[in-house]
Design a protein around this ligand. Structure first.
Ligand code: GRF
Length: 204
């Protein structure tokens, strides 16, 4: 499958960077087509500029019919796969219907554990540590109408160490995300993961 990627991010964009770097190193055959961001001061916009990826800051304060406009921009740039990477906004029906089985997200836990509304950022890692689990990790999944509920495509595991803080765990999980997301895309590109009929893969 040929991959024309549309990234959605609201913050630092380290996952976008890891994917773009895998493309540059020829570890992943894909074209980064566009970055959609909703925060004018997000670091990911600087990355877009540096890498010459067309980048758009679109939100309800600067765009009427936001979802419709996002779909228009994605189509204009020929995107066939949406890659959510720290996009802090729920994806609405209009985008979901325009890109069936073609929206991925990465979540910093082993879903279905520690997913759902308000489970993002440090809240996830604090909950993992609070529960006494000895493993955590990251999950790449398809996006549907509910938070963190779409079919799981791949997961990577990290150990929770004794005395771990949420910050230390977050850093270790992020490290695995940077390997898992490009690798999952590579498997999709090579046909080893099928989006319309996914199996669960534990890669790392
Ligand atoms: C990651 O932890 C990811 O799991 C979550 O948002 C964070 C994004 O980080 N969905 P970055 O902006 O890619 O650095």
């Amino acid at each position: 499958m040929q991959l024309s990627l549309g990234f959605f991010a609201s913050g630092r964009g380290s996952n976008v960077e890891a994917i773009v770097s895998a493309i540059k190193k020829r570890e992943l055959k894909a074209e980064p087509k566009v970055i959609i961001c909703n925060k004018p001061d997000a670091q990911v916009l600087e990355l877009g500029q540096r890498e010459r990826i067309p980048s758009y800051c679109l939100n309800t304060s600067n765009t009427a019919n936001l979802e419709q406009e996002i779909v228009r921009v994605l189509k204009k740039h020929g995107v066939n796969l949406i890659v959510l990477a720290g996009y802090i906004k729920k994806i609405g029906l209009e985008i979901i219907e325009a890109f069936p089985d073609s929206i991925l997200n990465i979540h910093p836990s082993l879903l279905p554990e520690y997913g759902g509304k308000n489970m993002y950022g440090m809240a996830v890692h604090e909950a993992v540590i609070g529960s006494g689990d000895d493993v955590s990790g990251a999950t790449v999944h398809l996006v549907n109408k509910k938070y963190d509920d779409g079919r799981i495509l791949s997961q990577g595991i990290v150990q929770v160490k004794e005395g771990d803080t949420a910050e230390a765990l977050a850093e270790r999980v992020l490290g695995i995300e940077h390997i898992l997301y490009p690798l999952t895309l590579r498997y999709i590109q090579e046909g080893k993961i099928c989006l319309s009929e996914p199996r669960k893969y534990r890669l790392l």
